[in-house]
Design a protein around this ligand. Structure first.
Ligand SMILES: Nc1ccn([C@@H]2O[C@H](COP(=O)(O)O)[C@@H](O)[C@H]2O)c(=O)n1
Ligand SMILES: C[C@@]1(CO)OP(=O)(O)OP(=O)(O)OC[C@H]1O
Length: 156
């Protein structure tokens, strides 16, 4: 059994969609990125790769590669599951924390869990998705962006 930790941040920008764990969330701004900027799935991908000691998301999907421009991060996550699967690792459980002052994410949490469970190929009870504000403190508190932190356990 091996554990991994992932962390990612993306800035808010006008004219972008807000996509978290594959759910498009109505909001006045979205997140900026080379891909769809799904900060939660990027942190999850890094946690899985970290657990397997197989580098990170930017190593496998470089942000100067045009083939990933606007990429659906669910496709990247599924690819990460294949990458660690090639080393005979499978996912035991994941715990995702999304750090956002706004919007309110609780109505979307169950759909996020369903998406992640489907992409990881695990039962939904192995997927936790949580949200927290930072009580208006720091860059997340000023609504400049969203951060995500993920722990993952993988088994061989
Ligand atoms: N973007 C967010 C942030 C938080 N929540 C939910 O609100 C609860 C209270 O937030 P605190 O920052 O005061 O811990 C939190 O436990 C979440 O359930 C949310 O839905 N969306
Ligand atoms: C996902 C990738 C690839 O499109 O780009 P971004 O969407 O910019 O995301 P980031 O978390 O900065 O890094 C990983 C990438 O290389």
């Amino acid at each position: 059994m091996r554990s991994g930790l992932g962390y990612d941040v993306h800035a808010f920008a006008e004219g972008r969609k807000l996509i978290l764990c594959g759910v498009e969330i109505p909001h006045e701004k979205g997140l900026l990125g080379h891909s769809d900027a799904d900060v939660a799935l990027h942190a999850l991908a890094d946690a899985l790769l970290g657990a397997a000691a197989m580098r990170d998301i930017g190593y496998h999907f470089p942000d100067n590669d045009q083939s990933y421009a606007g990429a659906d991060s669910r496709v990247l996550l599924r690819r990460v599951v294949e990458i660690i699967g090639a080393e005979r690792y499978s996912v035991s459980n994941v715990d995702i924390t999304i750090i956002a002052q706004a919007p309110k994410l609780s109505p979307c949490i169950e759909q996020m869990r369903r998406n992640v469970a489907e992409d990881l190929g695990v039962d939904i009870d192995r997927v936790s998705v949580k949200a927290t504000t930072t009580e208006r403190l720091g860059f997340t508190g000023r609504k400049e962006g969203i951060a995500a932190m993920v722990t993952a356990l993988i088994v061989r």
